[in-house]
Ligand binder design. Structure first.
Ligand code: NAI
Length: 331
């Protein structure tokens, strides 16, 4: 039998946490033959709710779940973890300045970075979900210098999956037959959902999405804004932000990273830029990646047209500004 993998979920008493922990315990993230031990962290005001989640995990009698640590102590939470899904953070509240929210999250991610660096298992893989996801991941990377930078990522898979969903609805095809969309840049409304290399499996073979949709106005306009604004549309409809789709996409992100992407398919992940596609280094930026043997690599050599170039640069610009703001909170 396989040794259990320890998976940390921070903010586990929150909405995404509540959707995510049962998925992990059922093997959605790491496979149906992989036992897991869940580490759940939240803050003291949420301790009672967190304990309630732990009670429900016990009650659900998940065969793969070999243990549950539910704590408000960051060291206990981080000790020995192989995978860390960082969902906890400080939400933006009405009337708050951007800088104040950034400042709270910078201090959270700085201290959690140190705890992971000191106490997580060697080669721990980190996925930051909490917003501002790219910049929180960057702060975590900066303050956990002994964790390899390749191990620190942020979630843009939800945006990627939203793009697949929109194409599938438009063409009335199975979402599983659509592939190779790309989310470039920030997990924010400046992200660029790009279908220039996307294709659909049809009875007549693989066809480019651009050819099948045959409506560049929609693809360059409403499609992009729908994906960019989807988070806000969900809040408007549900009065809460996306939770089940965020949790499911976080599982997709880790599963593909650990177990590999299918041949000929790429996914989007926020990773530390190495300068590919002339994206500035020093940012956590969403790229198309393939994964093999537990490592991602950026898909190289894709053509970038003029419209795309502008959009890649615009979202990089926003990330540089966020980075500067985050650094100004440190001093
Ligand atoms: P939520 O407010 O329901 O849950 C957040 C939880 O984090 C709360 O239980 C809170 O007590 C906890 N928390 C706060 N500070 C903490 C700390 N220092 N350590 C540990 N836990 C802490 O929020 P929800 O809906 O679960 O969303 C979580 C985050 O995910 C938000 O930042 C949200 O913006 C982000 N998000 C990101 C998405 C993505 O695609 N990257 C998609 C959807 C949401």
């Amino acid at each position: 039998a396989k040794e259990p993998v320890r998976v940390l979920v921070t903010g586990a008493a929150g909405q995404i946490g509540y959707a995510l922990v049962p998925m992990i315990a059922r093997g959605v993230m790491l496979g149906a033959d992989q036992p897991v031990i869940l580490h759940m962290l939240d803050i003291p005001p949420a301790a009672e709710a967190l304990n309630g989640v732990k009670m429900e995990l016990v009650d659900a009698a998940f065969p793969l779940l070999k243990g549950v640590v539910a704590t408000t102590d960051v060291v206990e939470a981080c000790t020995g973890v192989n995978i860390a899904v960082m969902v906890g953070g400080f939400p933006r509240k009405e009337g708050m300045e951007r800088k104040d929210v950034m400042s709270k999250n910078v201090s959270i991610y700085k201290s959690q970075a140190s705890a992971l660096e000191k106490h997580a298992a060697a080669n721990c893989k980190v996925l930051v979900v909490a917003n501002p996801a790219n910049t929180n991941a960057l702060i975590l990377k900066e303050f956990a210098p002994s964790i390899p930078e390749k191990n620190i990522t942020c979630l843009t898979r939800l945006d990627h999956n939203r793009a697949l969903g929109q194409i599938s609805e438009r063409l009335n095809v199975q979402v599983s037959d659509v592939k190779n969309v790309i989310i470039w840049g920030n997990h924010s409304s400046t992200q660029y959902p790009d279908v220039n290399h996307a294709s659909v499996k049809t009875p007549a073979g693989e066809k480019p999405v651009r050819e099948l949709v045959a409506d560049d106005e929609w693809l360059n306009g409403e499609f992009i804004t729908t994906v960019q604004q989807r988070g806000a549309a969900i809040i408007k409809a549900r009065k809460f932000s996306s939770a089940l789709s965020a949790a499911s996409s976080a599982c997709d992100h880790i599963r593909d990273w650990v177990l590999g992407t299918p041949e000929g398919t790429w996914v989007s992940m926020g990773v530390y830029s190495d300068g590919s596609y002339n994206v500035p280094t020093g940012l956590i930026y969403s790229f198309p990646v393939t994964c093999k043997n537990g490592e991602w690599s950026i898909v190289q050599g894709l053509s970038i047209d003029e419209l795309s170039r502008k959009k890649l640069d615009l979202t990089a610009q926003e990330l540089s500004e966020e980075k500067a703001l985050a650094y100004s909170c440190l001093s």
